[in-house]
Each structure stands twice: as structure tokens, then as C-alpha cells.
Design a protein around this ligand. Structure first.
Ligand SMILES: NC(=O)C1=CN([C@@H]2O[C@H](COP(=O)(O)OP(=O)(O)OC[C@H]3O[C@@H](n4cnc5c(N)ncnc54)[C@H](O)[C@@H]3O)[C@@H](O)[C@H]2O)C=CC1
Ligand SMILES: O=C(O)CCC(=O)C(=O)O
Length: 417
């Protein structure tokens, strides 16, 4: 796996590629390429043995032209300022491509959460929430889960914010547990959108998803739900992996049984009598559909030459480098970009926020119905742009749609004299 591409430079290249197809002022393009502001802070917390530890944390607020900054919080040792900047930018264009009224932000703490007890993680999370308090809010910046965070961390952040502000404000964060104001369907939403994007792409290229063979890299929230829902559509998930390695069975795995094995043992490795494979082998398997659902830079230009899948649908943010995009476009491999394919997470976060503001709770059926409508509309919009502007790939099409929406909001706001 290549880790050398700087994700922020990748984002800027993606924006530049799309901006070239629009008639935009250079100053506006510069605005679209850079974050508005970044909080960088050190959190000092007491560990269980009484010692003190200081960890680095970030929140990047990239662009708020279309609404409150919106985006997850990641706990991972590889979190850097540039990674958070990139992830926050991808959020801006993701919210715009599915046309929900948010800007983009992202946060992260540079830690390996597996090294900490639950009490220590709660202290780290509450320390971060205390630092975030002045810059977040229901109408200002609304965080959510990302890699290695989930309902538990969101509930802690909500409680810290509400306690310090002496109010109730469930819409200050999304991805909460249901009894703390969470939405039905949010846990499954990212994988659901990836499944819908794959289904729509396979329909559009005239193949149909039923019977397609699938490999999924990363078997966390996004990856495992995608695998499970694709199986429901009749696809055959033949390989999955996590950070410890992968498993492959050409007869098809059972997504739920693999998840149970991972929950019991900590990894997909060792599942049943499936063959063990490396992540690199998984990414180059001869399958119909490849779903990268782990981290950035999983496929670079060199690896892209070896990819055998006909279609890649990005559940992860930034799994392909710009060099990989060029190679795959030359090789006629379809790529459904992250900013569309994984947008279900933030879309159902938006539904959660709407329910919080209305003090109302939607059924899971309504959430899934509304999500499907948003996703199919966005897919159609992307295909229209791709065909109308004769664009080189679907990523550029997604950015053309998204950049134009952000620019429209910016220009409609007018200028201060
Ligand atoms: N959780 C959400 O709502 C959303 C997540 N995403 C993106 O989806 C991706 C995955 O996020 P989640 O599933 O939420 O995280 P997660 O923490 O639930 O799962 C991450 C998975 O990736 C695996 N992984 C980590 N490094 C790996 C490597 N080098 N090779 C193979 N597997 C590796 C982990 O073992 C784990 O199975 C990230 O890019 C995230 O930003 C995107 C939209 C929303
Ligand atoms: O649910 C959200 O607000 C954001 C999820 C997220 O971080 C992402 O889409 O990458």
C-alpha cells in the first residue's frame, strides 16, 4: 500500500481538474482549494496510572458557504494537519454533490485508540469537546463519527457541550445513539449509499449488480455494511480485509458471519476455511467490483496498473491517488468517487440534525427512502454532468457539480463594500 501521496495535495489537484471545466475567477478557485480556518490543539489528559499524556488534535473548517461546517472526527495515529484539511475539503464537495445544506469540516486526534482504556478515551474525548465548544454548535459546526469513533464518542461530546453551555442541543453532533437523539439508519447509512452507488453504476453500464463478484478492503462500519447490503442485492462478496490482512473464497463469503468472526477475534483473518490474502492481493483480485473502505492512498498509479476490477466504488475517503485515477481512466475502469459513494453517512446525519431541530423521530423506512431519493438524484446529476461536459471521469463530474453549487452560494451572498 502506498502512503506517500499528501491527501491535501490530492484534494487540491481534484479541485483544479474540475475547475478547469468551469468558467471561474482565479481568486474564487483559490478560495475553493483552501480551508477557512483550522483549530490545532494539544490535549493533556490523566491516564489510569496517574501519569499525564499530551495528544495532538485538529478541527478544520474548510468552507461554510452552503451552511454549517459538517464532518466526522477520526481517532488514528496517522491523523495529521494535512489529512484533516483534506478530509474537511472532501466534506464540502460531498455535501454539495448530494445537495444538502452544509459546508464541510473534519476533526481528528492523533492517537491509536486501542492503546487506551475506555475511561482514558472518555477523558480524551471530553478534553477535545471542551476545546471544540467555542467553535461548534447546531448552526455553526456539527461533527460526527469517522474512523475509530462512533455513538459512544458522539454521546460524550454532546454531553460535554450541553453541560458547558447549560442547554440541550442534540443537533450539535450527529451519529449519536438512538436514545441520545440519534437517527434510525445512521449506522448503516454510509454502506447503504455505497451499495446504492454501485447498484446505479452497474445499471447505467448495462450490467446489473446481481451476480457481480465483489472485494471489500476494510471491514469496519463502511465496509461491512456495504458487503452485507450488496449480498442482499445478489452480489457475491468473495474477499474482505482489515488492517491485519484479508480472506478470499471464490465461492462467496457470508458477510454477517465474517462480521461475527471479526467481533469475536478482532479480525476477519482466520474466518472459516477461506484463503488468507494480503491487502495488496485483494486490491488486484479479478472481481467485477472493488470497494476500498479503509483509508486514503490505498491504490496509487503503480497498483492501479494491476487492478483487475471493472468498477471501483469508493466507500473510503481518498482511497485513490490522482495518479491512480489517470491510470484507471486510461484503462476504462469506472470509478464512483468517494464524495458521492459514501455520502449516505452525512446525508443521514443531516436527517438526524433535522429530526433534532424538529424534536421528532423518523422511522427507519422513511430515513432509507429519503436517502435513496437523495442518492439517485445525485447519481443522475453526476451522469448528466459527465455526458454534458464530456468529462474524463466521474470524479471530475462530481466536482464540476459540487464546485458550481459552492460558487453559486458564495456569489449569491454578495460582497461587503
Ligand atoms: N463512518 C462513517 O460514517 C463514514 C466513513 N467514511 C470513510 O470510510 C472509511 C472507513 O471508515 P469507517 O468504516 O467508519 O471506520 P472503522 O474504524 O469502522 O473501520 C475501518 C476499517 O478499516 C480497516 N483498516 C484500517 N487500515 C487498513 C489498512 N491499511 N488496510 C486494510 N484495512 C484497514 C480497519 O481494520 C477497519 O476494519 C474511512 O475512509 C472513512 O473516512 C466515509 C463516510 C462516512
Ligand atoms: O456524518 C457526517 O456528518 C460526516 C461523516 C463523514 O465524516 C464523512 O462523510 O466522511
Amino acid at each position: 500500500m502506498s502512503n506517500d501521496a499528501n491527501p491535501f495535495e490530492s484534494l487540491q489537484e481534484q479541485i483544479g481538474d474540475a475547475a478547469a471545466h468551469l468558467d471561474l475567477d482565479d481568486g474564487v478557485v483559490e478560495r475553493l482549494r483552501n480551508p477557512e480556518r483550522i483549530l490545532e490543539t494539544n490535549l493533556t489528559v490523566e491516564l489510569d496510572d496517574g501519569s499525564l499524556e499530551t495528544v495532538r488534535a485538529y478541527r478544520s473548517q474548510f468552507n461554510g458557504d452552503r451552511g454549517p461546517y459538517k464532518g466526522g472526527i477520526r481517532y488514528h495515529p496517522n491523523v495529521t494537519r494535512d489529512e484533516v484539511k483534506a478530509l474537511s475539503g472532501w466534506m464540502v464537495y460531498k455535501c454539495a454533490v448530494v445537495d444538502i445544506p452544509y459546508g464541510g469540516g473534519k476533526g481528528g486526534i492523533s492517537i491509536d485508540p486501542a492503546q487506551y482504556s475506555e475511561d482514558e478515551l472518555e477523558r480524551i474525548t471530553r478534553a477535545f469537546a471542551t476545546e471544540l465548544r467555542p467553535i461548534i454548535g447546531e448552526d455553526r459546526d456539527v461533527p460526527a463519527p469517522d474512523v475509530n469513533t462512533g455513538q459512544r464518542e458522539m454521546n460524550w461530546i454532546k454531553d460535554t457541550y450541553e453541560t458547558l453551555e447549560n442547554t440541550t442541543a442534540p443537533g450539535v453532533i450527529t451519529g449519536k445513539a438512538i436514545d441520545s437523539g440519534g437517527s434510525e439508519g445512521r449506522v448503516e447509512a454510509t454502506g447503504r449509499s455505497t451499495m446504492l452507488a454501485a447498484r446505479d453504476l452497474f445499471d447505467w453500464i448495462g450490467k446489473g449488480i446481481e451476480g457481480a463478484t465483489v472485494a471489500v478492503q476494510g471491514y469496519g462500519n463502511a465496509g461491512w455494511i456495504t458487503a452485507d447490503l450488496l449480498e442482499d442485492l445478489g452480489a457475491s462478496v468473495v474477499a474482505v480485509s482489515d488492517s491485519s490482512g484479508g480472506v478470499h473464497d471464490p465461492r462467496g463469503l457470508d458477510a454477517v458471519a465474517v462480521k461475527e468472526h471479526k467481533d469475536e477475534t478482532g479480525s476477519v483473518v482466520g474466518y472459516g476455511d477461506a484463503d488468507e490474502i494480503t491487502n495488496e492481493e485483494l486490491l488486484t483480485l479479478d472481481v467485477d467490483l472493488l470497494v476500498p473502505a479503509a483509508l486514503e492512498n490505498a491504490i496509487d498509479a503503480e497498483l492501479a496498473e494491476q487492478v483487475q476490477a471493472d468498477v471501483i466504488v469508493e466507500a473510503a475517503n481518498g482511497p485513490l491517488t490522482p495518479g491512480a485515477d489517470d491510470v484507471l481512466a486510461d484503462r476504462d475502469v469506472w470509478v464512483v468517487p468517494d464524495i458521492l459513494a459514501n455520502a449516505g453517512g452525512v446525508t443521514v446525519s443531516y436527517f438526524e440534525w433535522v429530526q433534532n431541530r424538529q424534536r421528532f423521530h423518523w422511522s427507519e423506512e422513511k430515513v432509507n427512502e429519503e436517502l435513496e431519493r437523495v442518492m439517485t438524484d445525485a447519481f443522475d446529476g453526476l451522469i448528466n454532468a459527465y455526458e454534458e461536459h464530456d468529462l474524463p471521469n466521474l470524479r471530475t463530474a462530481a466536482y464540476v457539480v459540487a464546485l458550481q453549487r459552492v460558487v453559486d452560494a458564495y456569489e449569491q451572498a454578495g460582497n461587503w463594500p
